[in-house]
Design a protein around this ligand. Structure first.
Ligand code: PMP
Length: 372
């Protein structure tokens, strides 16, 4: 990027590994139907918006002070939410929160990765796992996945044994494919990772509330090197809030405090998240609607002759296209923005409102007519 001064990034004395890189981010285009970033299409309910106003007003009266550095009330409520919905009791000492699960992942990599260390993920997967690894000086290892996008346990175990990574990422349900991971797979990879190093295994459950299967949270029992990360960006419909969290052994929570910035979670963020947690039942009602819409997208896309990967998330991977970028453009030309994650032959669409999904399906039909 050229600035007004004529100086570009590469003229600056930046770290070598950042040279030639581009910042993460999907195109933010102004089109009628945006189904490209796995957001929840439903705005927060009005009662919750009012409650946020109350709680933030209260917090504003104390903004001359730093916030609760340990976010004790928020972690207590997050632990209660997890215990209630994931069928496994966790305490506040096992929960840690940060500005989005991206920051949770960053703190984990700052603590368990870093220069001279490595992290592995099974690709295609959430590309920020690799990007935050690089950003923290952690070598990235791209692990294998089967053609049907499930994790090949034998191949993954062999790769872990050979490369001995310090951090292992397992994304379930996986972005961008939608594929959930079996508990037995996580356990096999955990065992392999402990035998090889031992290393930290991070199960990224950003989309788990949309899954047909239960959370893998209970796997942390007796496994101090297993972490489950979560977010309020998807199921809670609060991507703008920036609130992610993890559950793990209390020792992991103590460890990430070594790298977290003091007062990283603002009082406004904590107040807003606490208000949202008071409205969990309403928000999980929207999740049920989105799950039904996600299943409808799978069924209707298959009826249109598309190949569709089974989805446990709030998005659907569909194809296959000889030229996926051309298909992405053809759908965009009809006013619907989906995501091209660079997985050859495939695109990803986020489940929106019923009207948005209809518009998307119409766009696919129109594209098919034109190309036949
Ligand atoms: N994990 C996965 C798998 C994701 O897809 C995303 C968001 N795209 C995140 C983590 C990060 O979300 P946030 O920082 O908003 O919590």
């Amino acid at each position: 990027t050229r600035t007004g001064s004529g100086i570009g990034i590469d003229d600056l004395p930046i770290r070598d590994e950042l040279r030639g890189q581009t910042p993460y981010g999907a195109p933010q285009l102004d089109v009628p139907v945006r189904l490209n970033t796995n957001e929840n299409p439903y705005p927060l309910p009005e009662a919750l918006v009012r409650r946020i106003g109350e709680r933030v007003t209260e917090a504003a009266r104390a903004l001359n002070r730093y916030p609760d550095r340990d976010a004790v009330e928020l972690r207590t409520e997050l632990a209660a939410y997890l215990s209630r919905t994931a069928g496994y009791e966790v305490s506040r000492e096992q929960v840690w929160a940060a500005n989005g699960s991206n920051e949770v992942i960053q703190q984990l990599l700052q603590t368990f990765g870093g220069p001279g260390r490595s992290a592995i993920g099974f690709e295609p997967s959430y590309s920020m796992h690799a990007l935050i690894s690089r950003g923290t000086g952690t070598e990235w290892i791209s692990g294998p996945r089967r053609a049907d996008f499930t994790i090949d346990v034998d191949a993954a175990v062999a790769e872990i044994a050979a490369r001995r990574p310090d951090v292992v990422f397992i994304c379930s349900p996986n972005n961008p494919t939608g594929t959930a991971v079996e508990a037995a797979t996580v356990l096999a990879l955990y065992e392999a990772a402990q035998a090889a190093r031992p290393s930290l295994v991070v199960v990224d459950e950003a989309y788990v509330e949309f899954s047909h299967r239960p959370s893998l949270l209970s796997l942390i029992e007796g496994r101090p090197n297993l972490v489950v990360s979560r977010t309020m960006s998807k199921a809670f419909g609060a991507a703008g809030l920036r609130l992610g969290y993890l559950a793990a052994d209390p020792a992991v929570v103590d460890a990430v405090q070594l790298v977290r910035l003091p007062y990283h979670l603002s009082a406004v963020t904590q107040a807003t998240a606490l208000a949202a947690l008071e409205h969990t039942d309403t928000l999980l009602g929207y999740v049920e609607q989105l799950k039904a819409e996600r299943d409808r997208l799978v069924t209707e896309l298959r009826a249109l002759g598309c190949e569709v990967t089974d989805s446990d998330a709030n998005f659907v991977q569909f194809g296959r296209f000889a030229d996926s970028h051309a298909a992405w453009q053809a759908i965009l030309d009809r006013g619907v923005l989906v995501r091209d994650n660079g997985v050859p032959g495939w695109l990803r669409v986020t489940a929106g409102t019923p009207e948005e999904n209809d518009a998307f399906l119409d766009a696919v039909r129109a594209m098919q007519k034109e190309t036949v």
